[in-house]
Design a binder for this molecule. Structure first.
Ligand code: FES
Ligand SMILES: [Fe+2]
Length: 444
């Protein structure tokens, strides 16, 4: 790995060296979870060069549909033009820089700037300039003054990603082998996914990496953080339920997945408890047989993409009266707002061709456990905020935290999917892999 070099202050340089020295040994200094100077470097080296999740195509199914989304503090109108093409246009008027879109979502054929009235079509072209001739003369060329698109935009199975770096590798290369795990969800049905409404959003006083690591590798926290849910009989009886299965990371990419199966001796509905008709569709919809077989035995699936996107697909009980369980799927973006502060964007999704009763149950399941009112979610966010607080204290920030779980584990040679897999989820392997990639980007 490259050594720390120019471009960072000597203070930050020393700190990064400390992280670099500790990582293979499973030691991570607490300050990385709340430091203003490090946050500035993350903005420049990570979020300005990474593929960041913006929206799902099903949020903007019709011409003119749009949602406002953000990469760092850059606002983008993610909009489907009359030509059906999805674009992400910087929400900044080319005249004096005002926002031209005042709502978080909607449908519009054009956007009119409230400052002096320049008007843009929903494909970004400038089409109206008040008093054009008098103000700008005959030589004014509107074609040169359209809204700026995000430098890069690509779509993978309905998932829209943007990148601020025009030189960035393509999305497919960026994803690499994690694609196999993403497809366990995106290819479950030939109809694809749809969102169940706009995302829930809320601000948490924590670091984006802390939130992310819970979804990337921290099965271990369910024992304690969600203990009350186990005691209430809402979470599975075996408190170690999230331990059983595989933890997989993609070396060099920072991505990871957890594929959780049944505890020994437990009988669980196959294929997350989806209705039989969906199991039938999945049989032919998955690109490979291995993916279908893996999906069939899975009870909880998590996938995290470097740097700040995760999804979570567990089986849950939608309400206390319902006899069975249903799966639910949430996508989330851990959107960085500042040092020690994030905004969570949380969507519920479902297969487009799922039966209506199932869509309703899966929505209940989501609301009950995740999202701003979800029980699991509230357990988690309360904890994350205290860790970030301590990470900024004078003595606490110097502590090295323990990321040594599973250091001695050997990879599972029988796992049918790509990446490096361990046959146990009680390991920090995915986090150590994430931090290697994180450091590599900070230092390059
Ligand atoms: S700033 Fe938009 S028209 Fe002037
Ligand atoms: Fe949790």
């Amino acid at each position: 790995m490259a050594r720390v070099k120019g471009g960072v202050s000597s203070r930050l340089g020393r700190m990064l060296e400390e992280l670099q020295e500790g990582i293979e040994d499973g030691l991570v200094p607490a300050w990385i979870f709340n430091d203003p100077e490090l946050f500035e470097l993350e903005k420049e080296k990570i979020f300005s060069r990474s593929w960041v999740y913006l929206a799902h195509e099903s949020e903007i199914p019709n011409p003119g549909d749009y949602v406002l989304r953000y990469v760092l503090n850059n606002p983008y109108i993610v909009v489907r033009g009359e030509d059906g093409v999805v674009r992400a246009l910087l929400d900044m008027c080319r005249h004096r820089g005002m926002r031209v879109c005042r709502a978080e979502l909607g449908n519009a054929s054009h956007f009119r700037c409230p400052f002096h009235g320049w008007t843009y079509r929903n494909d970004g072209r400038l089409i109206g300039v008040p008093a054009e001739r008098e103000a700008f003369g005959p030589g004014f060329n509107k074609a040169e003054w359209g809204l700026c698109p995000i430098p890069r935009l690509e779509v993978f199975d309905g998932m829209i990603f943007g990148n601020l770096d025009p030189e960035a590798p393509g999305l497919e290369e960026w994803l690499g082998e994690i694609r196999w795990y993403l497809e366990l969800v995106t290819k479950r049905s030939p109809a694809g996914l749809e969102v169940l409404g706009p995302p829930q959003r809320w601000v948490v006083h924590t670091d984006w990496k802390l939130a992310l690591e819970t979804f990337l590798s921290d099965s271990y926290h369910t024992l304690m953080t969600h203990r009350s849910l186990i005691e209430l009989g809402i979470a599975p009886k075996d408190a170690k339920y999230a331990m059983y299965g595989e933890q997989i990371h993609i070396p060099g990419k920072g991505h990871g997945s957890m594929v959780v199966g049944a505890p020994p001796g437990a009988k669980l509905p196959p294929f997350w408890g989806y209705p039989e008709e969906m199991l039938e569709r999945a049989r032919t919809s998955y690109p490979t047989r291995e993916q279908f077989e893996t999906a069939r035995e899975t009870r909880i699936l998590l996938v995290t993409l470097f740097p700040n996107f995760s999804f979570h697909n567990p089986i849950r009980k939608p309400d206390h009266k319902y006899q069975g369980t249903v799966p639910m799927l949430t996508f989330r973006v851990w959107h960085p707002l500042g040092p020690g502060r994030i905004e969570i964007f949380s969507w519920a999704l479902v297969e487009k061709d799922a039966p209506e009763w199932f869509k309703e149950k899966t929505r209940h399941s989501y609301l009950r456990f995740f999202g701003s009112s979800g029980t699991f979610e509230q357990d988690d966010t309360e904890i994350w905020s205290h860790v970030a607080h301590n990470a900024a204290t004078a003595q606490g920030r110097e502590l090295r935290l323990n990321y040594r779980m599973g250091l001695e584990l050997e990879p599972d040679p029988n796992w049918p999917g790509p990446g490096v897999a361990y046959g146990l989820n009680f390991t920090d392997a995915n986090m150590r892999n994430f931090h290697r990639r994180y450091l590599e980007m900070l230092l390059s």
